[in-house]
Design a protein around this ligand. Structure first.
Ligand code: UDX
Length: 447
């Protein structure tokens, strides 16, 4: 009999996982505590911008014309516990207010909500990013609460998907990691990920703490790579060198590689910043804080990028922001996403506004979220509207749409042709030819 799967938490991770499991042929039931989200998903609507996810939902959500009907959503933990053979926990673990540590309350609540109803053999699989040691603690909790006792088992199977590529990353992962304590748990996870997902994909079977650590170690490495090149950008600024050329030259060494070596405004989002902080906090609790002191530096280099951008903008505004209009292109923390959590672009926009400039923001997808979170900023309906009368244009999230702007056309609308490229991806020569002062981060010579 085919396994029946449930997914607890239907954010970026959970909604994608649920739709992809339905795509693989499983009967899937998604659980969320938010009735509005459940209603939207049940109607085939994705509550966020994630390319490809809407199509997948419509293909599988029960009640949609022509759908397979394999995917449903509910707010009832009892129904979920009764339905599933394998339960995936996909709730978020945000940073605690005023601390570095991760807030585990959603994960704990997820286990507590279904455990008392687990009466037959099941596997509960954690996918959320958690402090190492959580899986062991949750396994004990499960054993204590579930009527099925030892037959309700736990496994840890971290998720590495990127926003904007969530569907592709879930269906074609680089690797699968399974933290298990029994052969049965391993067998069930292998069954879930049987072809086509697991075909040719390394399947790492390990213990709980190693599985938990793979995820935070991967994100720490990526964050470190970005901050490394941004540290080089700082040196380039002082030495008169060009960080884009430096990065390209480094990347020819395939031990280094080109990915995550893009210098600019640095990283943001709901994962990298909070994951490195939670990792430091957990290492501290384990007495291993010295091992991760470098992550504090990774974090500070990253945050310095934002101040540096504010400084560059002030310079371009003639030394002060009062009475100046600043156009900000981009609000999402990265392109192809409407996610504004810890967005470097909005952080910079907010700082500049506070210092007296009139800031107008435009983003292709993140406007609604930005308006809700930063109601004090002005918003424009297009890039061209945002730049009207601007004394400086800041390119802060590298949407394709911004690369395609016509420098002459944009130039006709601004008060002064001054551009700062916070992502080092625009064609500097093209902008300069159209009479712009082009300034980038870590490329003092390119003006
Ligand atoms: C990240 C991890 O990539 C993913 O594996 C994990 O599951 C969740 O966290 P995500 O937060 O979606 O995914 O974004 P990602 O594409 O990794 O980008 C993170 C940030 O780094 C963005 O703000 C991006 O703009 C920035 N970045 C990325 C750079 O500044 N330079 C680069 O070269 C690459």
């Amino acid at each position: 009999m085919t396994l029946r799967i449930t997914v607890i938490g239907t954010g970026y991770l959970g909604a994608t996982h649920a739709a992809c499991m339905a795509e693989l042929g499983f009967e899937v039931l998604g659980l969320d505590i938010d009735p509005e989200k459940v209603a939207a998903l049940s109607a085939g609507q994705v509550p966020m911008y994630e390319p490809g996810l809407g199509e997948l939902l419509l293909k599988h959500v029960a009640g949609q014309a022509g759908s397979t009907g394999r995917l449903r959503f509910t707010t009832s933990p009892e129904e979920v516990a009764d339905f599933g053979d394998v339960h995936f926990i996909c709730v978020n673990t945000p940073q605690k207010k005023g601390e570095f540590a991760a807030d585990m309350s959603y994960v704990d609540a997820a286990v507590d909500s279904i455990a008392p109803h687990l009466t037959r053999p099941t596997l509960v699989v954690g996918k959320s990013t958690v402090p190492v040691g959580s899986a062991a603690r949750l396994a004990d909790r499960l054993a204590e609460l579930a009527p099925a006792g030892a037959d309700a088992e736990l496994a840890w199977n971290p998720e590495f998907l990127r926003e904007g590529y969530a569907v592709g990353d879930t269906l074609h992962p680089n690797r699968l990691v399974a933290g298990v304590r029994s052969e049965r748990a391993e067998r069930l996870l292998r069954e879930v990920y049987a072809t086509p997902i697991a075909e040719g994909v390394p399947f790492v079977v390990t213990d709980f703490p190693t599985a938990e650590l793979v995820k935070v170690a991967a994100n720490s490495f990526l964050a470190t790579k970005i901050s490394f090149i941004n540290a080089m950008a700082e040196v380039c600024e002082s030495a008169g060198a060009d960080v884009v050329q430096l990065s390209q030259a480094l990347a020819y060494d395939d031990r280094i590689g080109a990915k995550f070596l893009g210098a600019g405004l640095g990283f943001g989002g709901g994962c990298l910043p909070k994951d490195i902080r939670a990792f430091m906090a957990r290492a501290g609790e384990l007495g291993a804080d010295q091992a991760l002191t470098f992550l504090r530096e990774v974090d500070s280099i990253n945050m310095r990028r934002r101040s540096r951008m504010v400084e560059l903008a002030r310079e371009q505004c003639g030394g002060g922001f009062l009475g100046r209009r600043v156009a900000v292109l981009g609000a999402a923390f990265k392109p192809n996403s409407d996610d504004i959590r810890d967005s470097p672009a909005l952080n910079v926009a907010g700082q500049i506004q506070l210092q007296g400039a009139q800031v107008t923001v435009y983003d292709p997808k993140a406007m609604d979220n930005a308006r809700k979170m930063f109601p004090g900023l002005s918003y424009a309906a297009s890039a061209l509207e945002a730049v009207e009368g601007a004394h400086v244009v800041l390119h802060l999230t590298e949407w394709q749409e911004f690369r395609e702007l016509d420098p002459a056309g944009v130039g006709a609308l601004v008060a002064e042709r001054r551009l700062i490229d916070g992502r080092n991806v625009l064609d500097a020569a093209k902008w300069r030819e159209a009479g712009w002062t082009y300034r980038a981060m870590g490329r003092p010579g390119v003006e």
